[in-house]
Design a protein around this ligand. Structure first.
Ligand code: FUL
Length: 473
C-alpha cells in the first residue's frame, strides 16, 4: 500500500475539501442545510388543555378557562437559551381549535378569554421575545379542529389558509411550520378533506424560506415515533409519491430510516416530550426526564443525523416550571462538559490510497460552510494518529451533506500501537453520527467508509471521553 502522509492539525470539526463530484443529484436546499445546523430546539404545547388536564381538548371548552396568571414568553426564551436550544415551536392551534392569537377566522381564541381582558396575544409576545433572544420562531398548527363550525366543509380549507396568512403576515418570519397530520371528526361529526396542495402553495408563496414539517415534508419528515429516536440507519432521502399526510403516510419504519435511494431530501425530526404528556399536568412535575435521559435522547436523535424537537410545556402560570428548566440546564452542562475537549486537536491525519496521488489535489483545510459549493475529497480510508495514548469513548463523524448523503457503511478500527483493540461499525452518517463505546486507550484509529455510488464526503471528525454513564446503552 502506498501510504502518503499528510500532516494536518485537526481542530474541532475542521474539514478537508477538494474538487470531486457530488454524491447525489438530490440535495438539500439552503434552508434545509441551515435547519440541520440547528440540531436542537424546543416545542411548547400550551392552550386550554394546560388548564383542563387534557391532552386532546374537545373544542367545547369555555374560552375563559385559558387564563395564565403570569405568562412571560421572555422566561420561556431564557430557559431555551440556557438549554442551548436554537428556537421555539409553539402550538398556535391544537386539535381543540383554540387560537393563541386573536384570529379573525374563529370565535374560540385568546380574544374571547379572560386573559388580559381579551387583549392578549401569545404569538405576538413569543415572536417578539424570540427576536429579542436570537431564537428561531416556529409554529405548530393543527388542521384538525374540533371547534370550528365549518370544519368538515370545503369552507374550512379557506379558514385554514386565512389563519396561516394571519400567522405569516403578522408574526413572521416563521422559521419552521409544523403540520400535524391528524384528521378526526369536527363538531358536525364530519372529517375534513384537507386541500394540502393549496395549503402548501400558500405557505411557499407567503414565506418561501420557511421549512415545512409533516409526516412527509415537503422539507422535514416525522421520524415515525414520539419517543425521540431516529434509526441507526437514517437516510435524509424519502420517497413520497403515492403517500399522503397522516394515516396515508409511509410506514413508521420507513419514516425512521428514510429511503436509501429516495427521490427527495426530507430529513427526520424527532419530536418528544420532556414529560409523559405533551401538555403540562401538575401530576407530571415529578416525571420530568433527567439530564442523563435527555443526553441519551440527544445521542439517539442528533447523534443519528436527525434534529431533536424537545417539548417543554408551559404551566398554568404561563411559565416553564422549575423541574423542567433544571433538567434542561443539567442537559446543557452534560453537553458542554462532555464535548468541551476534542481529543483530536493535536492528532495527525493521513489518508491511505492505493493508486491516487493526493498531492495534486490541492488539499486545503477549512471549516465546513454549509452553503459552500466546494466538494470534499473522497475519503474512503483515513487514519487519526494521536501524539500519545489517549482514553476515549466517543467518536463523531460528519458527512458533507451539502453534496448529498452517500455513506452507507463505515468501520472504525481502534489501535493501541500495532494492536487492534476495538472496532465500531455503523451505517449512515449524514449531518452527524455520534458513536459511543466502552472507553479504550488508543494511539490511533482508522476510518473506512463505503458509499452508495457517490462520494464519501467526510467533513468532520472529533473524539471525546464522556462520563461512563453517558455511553449509549
Ligand atoms: C400529535 C398530536 O395528536 C399530539 O397531541 C401532539 O401535538 C403531537 C406532537 O402530535 O399528532
Amino acid at each position: 500500500m502506498n501510504k502518503i502522509k499528510l500532516i494536518l492539525p485537526v481542530f474541532l470539526f475542521s474539514f478537508v475539501l477538494v474538487t470531486a463530484q457530488p454524491a447525489s443529484k438530490v440535495l438539500p436546499t439552503k434552508q434545509q442545510l441551515a435547519w440541520h445546523e440547528n440540531e436542537f430546539y424546543l416545542f411548547m404545547h400550551f392552550g386550554p388543555n394546560t388548564f383542563t388536564d387534557l391532552e386532546w381538548g374537545h373544542g367545547t371548552e369555555a374560552e375563559d378557562l385559558f387564563n395564565p396568571t403570569d405568562l412571560d414568553c421572555r422566561q420561556w426564551c431564557r430557559v431555551a437559551k440556557a438549554a442551548g436550544a436554537k428556537g421555539i415551536i409553539i402550538t398556535a392551534k391544537h386539535h381543540d381549535g383554540f387560537c393563541l392569537w386573536p384570529s379573525k377566522y374563529s370565535t374560540h381564541t385568546v380574544r374571547e378569554s379572560k386573559w388580559k381582558d381579551g387583549k392578549g396575544d401569545v404569538l405576538k409576545e413569543l415572536s417578539q421575545a424570540c427576536k429579542e433572544y436570537g431564537l428561531k420562531f416556529g409554529v405548530y398548527i393543527s388542521p384538525w379542529d374540533r371547534n370550528h363550525p365549518q370544519y368538515g366543509t370545503p369552507g374550512y380549507n379557506d379558514v385554514f389558509v386565512n389563519m396561516m396568512k394571519e400567522i405569516f403576515q403578522n408574526y413572521g418570519p416563521i422559521w419552521e411550520l409544523w403540520w400535524d397530520g391528524a384528521n378526526g371528526e369536527g363538531p358536525n361529526g364530519k372529517k375534513q378533506v384537507y386541500d394540502w396542495h393549496r395549503f402548501e402553495s400558500t405557505v411557499r408563496q407567503l414565506s418561501p424560506k420557511t421549512v415545512v414539517f409533516s409526516d412527509i415534508g415537503p422539507d422535514i419528515r416525522w421520524v415515525g415515533n414520539e419517543s425521540g429516536f431516529a434509526g441507526k440507519t437514517n437516510w435524509n432521502y424519502l420517497d413520497t409519491a403515492g403517500f399522503a399526510r397522516g394515516a396515508g403516510g409511509p410506514s413508521q419504519d420507513t419514516l425512521n430510516q428514510g429511503n436509501v435511494n429516495g427521490h427527495n431530501w426530507i430529513p427526520a425530526e424527532c419530536d418528544v416530550s420532556i414529560r409523559p404528556g405533551w401538555f403540562w399536568h401538575a401530576s407530571e412535575d415529578s416525571k420530568v426526564r433527567s439530564p442523563q435521559n435527555l443526553f441519551d435522547l440527544y445521542l439517539k436523535s442528533v447523534g443519528r443525523g436527525a434534529n431533536l424537537l424537545l417539548n417543554v410545556p408551559p404551566n398554568r402560570k404561563g411559565l416553564i416550571s422549575a423541574e423542567d428548566s433544571i433538567a434542561l440546564a443539567g442537559f446543557k452542562t452534560l453537553r458542554d462538559e462532555g464535548f468541551a475537549a476534542n481529543l483530536l486537536k493535536q492528532a495527525r491525519s493521513y489518508y491511505e490510497f492505493t493508486d491516487r496521488d493526493i498531492s495534486s489535489n490541492q488539499l486545503q483545510l477549512r471549516v465546513l460552510d454549509p452553503a459552500s459549493t466546494a466538494y470534499s475529497v473522497n475519503l474512503q480510508n483515513f487514519v487519526m494518529e494521536l501524539p500519545s495514548p489517549t482514553k476515549m469513548n466517543c467518536i463523531i463523524l460528519r458527512e458533507a451533506i451539502h453534496l448529498g448523503q452517500s455513506i452507507r457503511k463505515f468501520r472504525i478500527e481502534l489501535f493501541n500501537g500495532k494492536n487492534k483493540v476495538g472496532e465500531l461499525n455503523g451505517t449512515t452518517i449524514g449531518h452527524k453520527r455520534i458513536m459511543t463505546f466502552p472507553a479504550q486507550t488508543i494511539t490511533s484509529f482508522r476510518v473506512h467508509t463505503e458509499d452508495r455510488g457517490g462520494n464519501d464526503n467526510i467533513t468532520g471528525v472529533a473524539a471525546y471521553l464522556l462520563p461512563d454513564e453517558l455511553v449509549e446503552k
